[in-house]
Design a protein around this ligand. Structure first.
Ligand SMILES: Cc1cc2nc3c(=O)[nH]c(=O)nc-3n(C[C@H](O)[C@H](O)[C@H](O)COP(=O)(O)O)c2cc1C
Length: 191
């Protein structure tokens, strides 16, 4: 079952092969060292004025941080995300100490997570980003400063067979990966 993107021209293999699974191998765990390179990649992401508005809180399966994050998951995410080796809260510093808004905080955070996901995939891990979580509960649980917001959670771990998931998740895991055509995405003048 290939999950590799079908592209109009070859792209870097890590970008083509990265995808977001829901089936994680619960017999394997992760350590801080396993994620260091991915967090270095996230750290070296560009940001507006180099403000680096991102922060991450990491829980490993079996620890209390992981359980706190898992308790905030919503809907179907509760059925698969807690099988990952780690759950990570993504945090944006939405304003500075003077109370001025960091207008690009979400943009820069997302780009940092993208860097993480590509490095993780290169290192044999799989990342799945999750918006279905209670961000207010995360902010409260981790006592975030007023000007920091929890934005998403992402899972990271080792891939397991799709058939280990309950339906309808197993079927979704095998569904073709699709994207809007490049011609409907990139324009060289007015739309
Ligand atoms: C910001 C963001 C939030 C997402 N939230 C969820 C989610 O709550 N649950 C889920 O199963 N997938 C979630 N996804 C995963 C997307 O559905 C997935 O990336 C998309 O379908 C493309 O699939 P691919 O990453 O395998 O190419 C999210 C992705 C992003 C970037």
């Amino acid at each position: 079952m290939s999950r590799t993107a079908v592209t109009s021209t070859p792209i870097h293999p890590v970008l083509a092969e990265r995808w977001s699974p829901r089936s994680y191998d619960t017999t394997k765990s992760l350590t801080k060292a396993d994620l260091t390179a991915s967090f270095e990649a996230a750290r070296w992401s560009p940001s507006a004025n180099n403000v680096q508005e991102w922060r991450y809180i990491v829980g490993f399966r079996g620890d209390s941080t992981f359980d706190t994050i898992a308790a905030t998951l919503a809907g179907w995410n509760t059925a698969w995300a807690p099988n990952a080796g780690a759950l990570v809260v993504t945090i944006a510093e939405t304003s500075n100490a003077e109370g001025q808004a960091n207008a690009f905080a979400l943009y820069d955070l997302g780009q940092s997570v993208a860097h993480f996901s590509v490095q993780a995939h290169h290192d044999g891990l799989h990342v799945h980003q999750v918006a279905g979580t209670d961000v207010a509960a995360l902010k409260a649980a981790f006592n975030l400063p007023e000007n920091w917001d929890a934005v998403t959670v992402f899972t990271v771990g080792h891939l397991a067979d799709a058939d280990e998931l309950p339906e309808p998740l197993a079927e979704r895991e095998k569904a073709p990966r699709t994207r809007r055509d490049l011609s409907e995405t990139v324009f060289y003048g007015a739309l």
